[in-house]
Design a protein around this ligand. Structure first.
Ligand SMILES: NC(=O)c1ccc[n+]([C@@H]2O[C@H](COP(=O)([O-])OP(=O)(O)OC[C@H]3O[C@@H](n4cnc5c(N)ncnc54)[C@H](OP(=O)(O)O)[C@@H]3O)[C@@H](O)[C@H]2O)c1
Length: 287
């Protein structure tokens, strides 16, 4: 199977390439090689690599940046997805589109399953939801994979930010009344490789099991790393930012367990991530 990954330089794209099962040929492209805003570039990439499957990870993921520059957010997340979905449809490729818990407004009391009604409250969420709708319309053989709070060893993510700030500052203040499922890119990548073995097209929530607030996640990161920087819980109302994350951003899945696909707990995933990070630092000096 030949697989083309957009956003191949990002957290998930790199994990997918690293963890591709034997027998799968992967081409992972960053924005420099294939800017999804350019329909011709997308078409050339698909015609050149003739993938059986496209995993569309490319996105403008800076949620505050999306509020600052909505035009770019729509171009990358919605129009870019239109170009990828159209090329997949024309080239006869199946498509995995990576979406987000930000498609929900977070007002529900329960975790969100695949059939819950989206109602985004940020530009990022709106543009990613538009991408979902485009994929459903243009590419029947699709998997829409919603995930949350993604992190890998390298990359711009919450774990790296907490580790840096814990070393720079005497104390941290972290939001304790917004919740989600911290999800390790490696575990998500393995789940996606399992998912695409099934011709069971549709929408899937794939996150590490359990849920946490940003505060819980920060405390566990520091505890596992042996850092003793004090962490104070604060309400979201005390932390001003441009985008409003859903208060309840917790995903649960009906569809993935039906295929036998479950992910380990977020605490176990975080421990493995921190262990791998330490090993990489020891052997190569960087993650
Ligand atoms: N990060 C999260 O917490 C989170 C949570 C839920 C869902 N998701 C979704 O999961 C997917 C992967 O996220 P991630 O954290 O791995 O992303 P990431 O590390 O921020 O990487 C983003 C990727 O998108 C590429 N990209 C950006 N603009 C592009 C453009 N115009 N054309 C082509 N490629 C472009 C980047 O390429 P360059 O490096 O070349 O710029 C990079 O490879 C995204 O679809 C995101 O919406 C993420």
């Amino acid at each position: 199977m030949r697989v083309l990954i957009t956003g191949g330089t990002g957290q998930l794209g790199r994990a997918l390439a690293r963890l591709a099962p034997a027998g799968i040929q992967v081409v992972a492209l960053g924005s420099g090689e294939c800017d999804v805003r350019d329909p011709a570039a997308v078409r050339v990439a698909v015609e050149t690599h003739r993938p059986d499957l496209i995993v569309h990870c490319a996105a403008m993921t800076d949620v505050d940046g999306c509020e600052r520059d909505p035009r770019r957010a729509w171009q990358v997340n919605a129009l870019g997805t239109q170009h990828v979905a159209a090329a997949a449809g024309e080239g006869g490729a199946r498509l995995v589109y990576i979406s987000t818990n930000y498609v929900f407004d977070g007002e529900a009391e329960e975790p969100y399953h695949e059939f819950a009604r989206p109602n985004p409250i940020s530009i990022y969420g709106e543009t990613k939801l538009a991408g979902e709708e485009i994929v459903r319309a243009l590419c029947p053989r699709h998997y829409i994979v919603r995930t949350a709070m993604l992190y890998d060893e390298a990359g711009r993510n919450f774990v790296n930010t907490m580790l840096r700030l814990a070393r720079e500052r005497p104390a941290l203040q972290v939001v304790a009344d917004q919740f989600g499922n911290p999800t390790y890119a490696a575990d998500l990548a393995e789940a996606i490789w399992r998912l695409v073995q099934h011709p069971a097209y549709g929408t899937y929530h794939l996150v590490n099991a359990g849920h946490a607030s940003w505060f819980d996640w920060a405390c566990e990161t520091l505890r596992l790393t042996g850092l003793s920087t004090p962490v104070e819980p604060i309400p979201a109302s005390a932390y001003t930012r441009l985008a409003r994350p859903p208060r309840n951003g917790i995903l649960t899945s009906l569809a993935a367990p039906a295929l036998g696909i479950t992910l380990p707990s977020w605490q176990d995933a975080l421990r493995r991530n921190l262990e791998r990070r330490a090993k990489l630092l020891e052997t190569s000096g960087s993650v």
